[in-house]
Ligand binder design. Structure first.
Ligand SMILES: [Zn+2]
Length: 387
């Protein structure tokens, strides 16, 4: 048995006032809290800092880990997309695998216990199967031409069968509003409707996304030109991207909207009214990397959005560290409460992925990880992984 306590104890939702002692069994599974003075002092491992449950990285692309440092920063989403498309497969299998292995290990060592991870390929499946990290694999579908919906869906199903054969928990998801047709989105929604699994979509990562849906103008028209894919079938809706596509996703389970860099207040209020199980994922380092800007966090807080935190991929971030994401949030939104940000990075992330009975807190009979953090000058540092 282990007895652990610290100056501050954060349980995934709040700081515990009475600073209890956490009792763990020999496998580091949480058993119970005990009052401080009920445990012999010499038996207690006491840490000067904050202890909290393991982090949940709600949005990652582990399979792009070999692309670290390859794409120039602040090049806009259009350039980023072009570079990803042309560069991602110019690597050997060995290089791709080495990147995946290293990134998985890095996340584990940096206090991440669960990840919502996008897969367009089976490249990560073996590493995820063996990893101590829990992965929810989002099998991501792309197909903007409605005539290709059937084919894109079939490809996704095939990839999904591969993941399921390896016992990876997974669900089909659309990539982004500008890359998935209404018919493909509806097929995805029907597929996940009767499961409890979450769905994710990249949302309003660029200001150009709304322009595309409102007027069929801007960078995305250029992107399809670059890809030599005619989009004559596409009619602008005159609405924002979010207000155009959300209805197509039906009423699936938890929906993670990722990035939201250019989501306006009006859209946030509308979406929260329209769709109850929404989670809004912040990937601040990736936003700075690609568009050199951040979402208007005030607007999300004002409408009581459930926020979660993700690293995105090493193609658009210098590290897959949740503490780095938290520190960017604390730096740019100096009014943000540390308890709120920690909740987004632990309990909310677990709830979004539907694994809150296993991660995101100190849960009886479970080892959901324990991180020991120091907090100095508005910066969090992971000092030690305790479990
Ligand atoms: Zn992403």
């Amino acid at each position: 048995m282990r007895f652990i306590s610290a100056t501050y104890i954060f349980d995934g939702k709040r700081f515990l006032n009475d600073r209890p002692v956490l009792v763990l069994d020999d496998n580091d599974c949480f058993l119970e809290y005990r009052k401080r003075n009920s445990v012999e002092k010499s038996k207690v491992e006491f840490y000067d800092g904050i202890i909290c449950p393991g982090f949940v990285n709600a949005h990652c692309h582990l399979e792009l880990s070999h692309m670290k440092g390859l794409i120039a920063e602040e090049g806009r989403l259009l350039n980023f997309a072009k570079e990803i498309i042309t560069k991602r497969r110019t690597f050997s299998k060995e290089q791709i695998q080495a990147g995946i292995v290293e990134a998985d290990k890095f996340m584990w060592e940096n206090g991440i216990v669960a990840v919502g991870d996008i897969s367009n390929t089976p490249d990560t499946f073996e590493v995820k199967q063996k990893s101590p990290i829990f992965y929810h694999t989002f099998i991501e579908l792309i197909g903007f031409n409605p005539e290709h919906a059937e084919g894109a869906f079939a490809l996704g199903k095939e990839l999904q069968r591969g993941a399921s054969r390896m016992d990876l928990i997974n669900s089909l998801v659309p990539h982004a509003p500008y890359s998935v047709s209404e018919s493909l989105m509806k097929k995805i929604a029907a597929d996940v409707e009767h499961t409890k699994y979450p769905v994710s979509i990249h949302n309003q990562e660029s200001a150009q996304e709304d322009l595309f849906f409102q007027k069929k103008e801007g960078d995305f028209v250029e992107l399809y030109d670059f890809l030599k894919m005619p989009i004559d079938f596409f009619e602008p809706s005159e609405l924002s991207s979010l207000q155009t596509y959300l209805a197509h996703l039906g009423k699936c389970s938890n929906l993670l909207l990722v990035h939201n860099t250019f989501t306006e207040s009006e859209d946030i209020v509308w979406a929260n009214n329209f769709y109850r199980e929404l989670y809004w994922c912040l990937c601040p380092n990736a936003n700075l990397y690609i568009e050199n800007t951040l979402p208007e966090l005030n607007n999300f807080i004002a409408d009581n959005c459930r926020m979660v935190v993700g690293t995105d991929s090493l193609a658009s971030n210098n590290s897959l560290s949740i503490t780095n994401e938290i520190n960017v949030l604390l730096k740019f939104y100096s009014w943000a409460q540390i308890a709120d940000v920690l909740k987004w990075a632990t309990y909310n992330g677990a709830e979004a992925l539907g694994i809150e009975d296993r991660f995101g807190g100190f849960i009886k009979g479970k080892n959901a990880g324990i991180n020991c953090l120091s907090y100095n000058r508005n910066q969090l540092v992971l000092e030690k992984k305790l479990a």
